[in-house]
Design a protein around this ligand. Structure first.
Ligand code: PLP
Ligand code: TYF
Length: 397
């Protein structure tokens, strides 16, 4: 039976990590996978997480099954973190949240849930989007189509084209929007652009699915949730997939959440029962450890404060790296305008070089990035920015 298989390509992002690790060049630079790194190129465990883990170790008294929803308390805290404490949909009991195995698990659950809402569903994703979005929705038998988003030539948002495309979407379709820190372009909607998209969503009647994998990495926890909160206040149906991988640094613990916003509590209960059925058929119940850590942090004022400070440090370092690279490229005499990198948000930007130039950077300088020239900004630091900017200057000559 296995003989009939043809090999699948490796994950284009995670595959880079293996190549990078095998490269003996001491000057190598990893701008591939989107994980936060400190100046030393290390992805640290947050202090607040360590504190919470110590506390859980002392107090946890069972490992019995947690059930398909995960921890109800974690779900409540995550709902408040995403929507705010006093969101009308929350006060009106119209939101239902479950814990999921990471943001990816949330998206996969959402995909099966959408399929159960409508067998012929189509989901519209931005062009470009995170590579895994396509596979996750196709795996659930959902057709994936794209709407215009990033203008590679002008390094800007194709906002008019995006609006025109969304206005043509069927009311029975779903549209995926990135809450903040757009992966891979770093190009976010401004609050007023969100308002316009929300008006179109309301008028056309499609269901928005918002993917929030980087809450707190753009401008701040509340600022980054602007679109989520406004959308939920204005539409009858919405899905939110969130992740604790980046903002709590819990990547390998696999913890995130999936929330449904509905028009009334009765619809919410029915939809929730379908969501739980989907979970049962996919993985039965989510891992508990990451949720317990987040719960411990958000339950404590002191740990929450510590978390917000550590999150701000990560955000500030990334933003600092953005300007540092732009300045260094200028210093190296690069004539091309890279100032857009300093204006974009979150972990990623496209350098905007050709695949051949990406290959040259890798082969001649051991600088690793995705073929599309997406760079993970956290991989830049004081120690490598000079080397990186010199190499970019050379391949642009
Ligand atoms: N959505 C986007 C846009 C992402 O970039 C990622 C990856 O980091 C995820 C979802 C999933 O994150 P995770 O499954 O690691 O929580
Ligand atoms: O886009 C990225 O780099 C992050 C991390 O299969 C990631 O979202 C990449 C690929 C993958 C899972 C996570």
């Amino acid at each position: 039976m296995f003989n009939a298989l043809t090999a699948m390509p490796a994950d284009p992002i995670l595959g880079l990590l293996t190549q990078y690790r095998l490269d003996p060049n001491p000057n190598k630079v990893d701008l591939g996978v989107g994980v936060y790194k400190d100046e030393a190129g290390h992805t640290p465990i947050l202090h607040c997480v360590k504190h919470a883990e110590r506390h859980r170790f002392e107090t946890e008294d069972t490992k019995v099954y947690i059930g398909p929803t995960g921890s109800a308390h974690f779900n409540d805290l995550m709902t408040k973190l995403a929507f705010g404490h006093d969101h009308p949909a929350l006060l009106e009991n119209r939101i239902r949240t479950i814990s999921t195995p990471g943001g990816t698990g949330a998206l996969r659950v959402a995909a099966d849930f959408i399929k159960r809402c409508r067998t012929q569903a189509t989901i519209w994703v931005s062009d470009p989007t995170w590579a895994n979005h396509n596979g996750l929705f196709e795996a659930a038998g959902i057709q994936v189509k794209t709407y215009p988003y990033y203008d590679h030539d002008n390094k800007s948002l194709r906002f008019d084209d995006m609006k025109a495309a969304l206005a043509q979407v069927s009311p029975t379709d779903v549209v995926l929007l990135h809450a903040c820190c757009h992966n891979p372009s770093g190009m976010d909607l401004t609050p007023s652009q969100w308002d316009e998209v929300i008006t179109i969503t309301k008028n056309v009647g499609f269901t928005p699915l918002i993917d929030m994998a980087y809450q707190g990495f753009g401008e701040g926890v509340d600022e980054d949730a602007y679109g989520v909160r406004q959308m939920a206040a204005n539409v009858d149906n919405m899905i939110l997939c969130s992740s604790c991988s980046k903002n709590f640094g819990l990547y390998r613990e696999r913890i995130g959440a999936c929330s449904l916003v509905t028009k009334d509590p009765t619809t919410a209960d029915v939809a929730f029962s379908v969501l739980l059925y989907v979970v049962r058929c996919l993985y039965s119940m989510p891992p508990a450890h990451g949720a317990a850590i987040v719960e411990t942090i958000l339950d404590s004022e002191k740990l929450t404060q510590e978390w917000l400070e550590e999150l701000a440090q990560m955000r500030d370092r990334i933003n600092g790296n953005r300007s540092m690279l732009v300045d260094k490229l200028k210093e190296k005499g690069v004539k091309r305008d890279f100032s857009f990198i300093a204006k974009q948000k979150g972990m990623f930007s496209f350098l905007g070089i050709t695949p051949e130039q990406v290959t040259r950077l890798q082969q001649e300088y051991s600088i690793y990035m995705v073929d599309s020239s997406r760079i993970s900004i956290a991989g830049i630091g004081d120690g490598n920015v000079d080397y990186l900017a010199s190499a970019i200057a050379k391949i642009l000559e």
